[in-house]
Design a binder for this molecule. Structure first.
Ligand SMILES: [Zn+2]
Length: 126
């Protein structure tokens, strides 16, 4: 018996969750309005998976914000502008547990630094 395998990429769909709130006037005349979940802070926003993927593509994949936007347009039909991608990378960096990372590095017997991915101010934004 011989076996051949055929691998293919699955189509990736963008998940859109729409939150709605209803505003009504009560019998007593008071206006009553529902609330959005805490994480909903703008009319349109991206989820953490998108942010994580943008950070990964930028930092690990070394893709420019323009190329990340093009990739999202091609794969997800999603218009992600460069400023949004840049903000996502910044927010991801702010979420890093820097003190924990610093302590782990200090506690390590050996460390390895690769500065090829470091961005300098004059290269920002790409
Ligand atoms: Zn009432």
């Amino acid at each position: 018996m011989t076996r051949d395998k055929f691998l293919n990429c699955l189509s990736h769909a963008t998940q859109v969750i729409e939150y709605r709130r209803i505003k009504r006037i009560c019998k007593c005349g008071k206006s009553v309005c529902g609330k959005f979940p805490e994480k909903v802070v703008a009319p349109v926003q991206y989820g953490m998976r998108v942010q994580a993927m943008v950070a990964l593509l930028s930092v690990h994949g070394c893709l420019s914000f323009g190329k990340i936007g093009q990739l999202f347009a091609d794969l997800y039909s999603c218009q992600l502008n460069t400023a949004t991608a840049q903000t996502m990378v910044q927010r991801s960096a702010e979420m890093m547990p820097m003190e924990v990372i610093k302590a782990e590095i200090i506690a390590s017997k050996t460390v390895n630094f690769d500065e090829t991915g470091i961005k300098v101010i004059s290269d920002f934004p790409r």
